[in-house]
Design a protein around this ligand. Structure first.
Ligand SMILES: [Zn+2]
Ligand SMILES: [Zn+2]
Length: 346
């Protein structure tokens, strides 16, 4: 098969022919219909030691947000799957027996392997492996592109749990990347009164209005504190840090109102200084959200399938394998893109 191979930091991905994956125990092989580009992929490829805690090995195939058609069912996968089934690929393999696994928190399993990041090849390729235990079948009307967004949507459902109750809340989301946009949709779904997304690129922040946000702030030109107050009439009761840069948690704590809940989603900066006194005086609660449970992944698929959450406005481009390395490079630079999909068979 053809795949986009990571060779070294600072070098573009290389399209190469490699052996097709085979399904091991409890695995499915899918023909990849779509695979989303995640900020962690870009980060891992650029600064390969900071997401994983160690360098990304040469030869890695990244990509963990994927959907496709089952072409092989591995041993132990049971009667549940048939060749030709359309699925959202669950990208974590785990032991299935430990306390974390039994409670659905498979990302915390000591034996966890994460497709496309650690211990399992990913879906920037024509074929990839997915968990037979936790992948989710798709109704025929759900596109592979929309289904591939289930993974980052699950991240947002998980993060939202730290901010509950969201009903009536005034939410500020820092960062209008795909996670910020999907968080906006999730907060509205949970009944938040105000959902305001702020980004240093105004055109990115504006996109949040398409997924239900009640306000957008161009932080390059506006004072986020003043603009939020103008929209919501009060300070944020919930702040999500979906920007993940140095100083963004500190900013979140500074902008938050008294008793606010702050949730950090996928922090990408190792050391981030915070003004702890702001936290003390305002009695802030700060949570850190990592990945999602198996139940949240199923819920994300359900919300997409029923149309309760429309992920289409989040998707801004889809490309084939030939153009993919160049597009992947460009996403490391500041820009206006939302979720970009690789559609390897197009
Ligand atoms: Zn991701
Ligand atoms: Zn386990």
């Amino acid at each position: 098969m053809l795949a986009a191979i990571f060779e070294a930091s600072g070098r573009p991905l290389a399209i190469e022919r490699v052996p097709d994956p085979a399904a091991s125990t409890n695995e499915l092989v899918v023909r990849v219909g779509a695979c989303g580009v995640c900020g962690s992929d870009i980060h891992a490829a650029k600064h390969s030691d900071s997401v994983l805690g160690r360098p990304l090995p040469a030869g890695t195939i990244l990509g963990h947000e994927f959907a496709g058609e089952v072409v092989e069912v591995g041993p132990g996968a049971g009667e549940r799957w048939r060749i030709g089934d359309r699925i959202a690929g669950f990208p974590i393999f785990s032991c299935g027996a430990c306390e974390a696994c039994r409670s659905g928190r498979v990302a915390h399993c000591r034996a966890a392997r994460f497709v496309g990041l650690s211990g399992a090849q990913g879906a920037y390729a024509e074929y990839a492996c997915a968990s037979s235990a936790h992948s989710v079948p798709l109704a025929s009307h759900v596109s592979f592109g929309a289904a591939s967004v289930a993974e980052p949507l699950a991240v947002c459902l998980h993060a939202a749990r730290f901010a509950m109750p969201l009903r009536g809340a005034s939410v500020l989301i820092l960062g209008a990347g795909p996670i910020g946009l999907l968080l906006a949709a999730v907060c509205r779904h949970h009944g938040a009164r105000d959902v305001v997304v702020s980004d240093l690129v105004g055109a990115r922040a504006e996109r949040a209005l398409l997924v239900g946000a009640t306000g957008a702030i161009d932080a390059s030109r506006e004072d986020t504190r003043e603009s939020f107050r103008a929209i919501a009439g009060r300070r944020p009761t919930v702040v999500f840090d979906a920007a993940g840069g140095t100083g963004t948690l500190d900013l979140a704590m500074d902008l938050a109102g008294r008793d606010a809940r702050i949730v950090v989603v996928a922090p990408l900066s190792e050391k981030s200084p915070v003004a702890t006194m702001a936290g003390f005086y305002k009695e802030l609660t700060v949570g850190f959200a990592k990945a999602y449970t198996t139940g949240e992944f199923r819920e994300a698929c359900r919300l997409i399938g029923t149309g309760a959450i429309d992920v289409e406005p989040v998707i801004t481009a889809s490309v084939g394998l030939d153009a993919f390395p160049g597009v992947f490079e460009s996403l490391a630079l500041p820009g206006v893109h939302g979720k970009v999909l690789l559609e390897p068979l197009n």
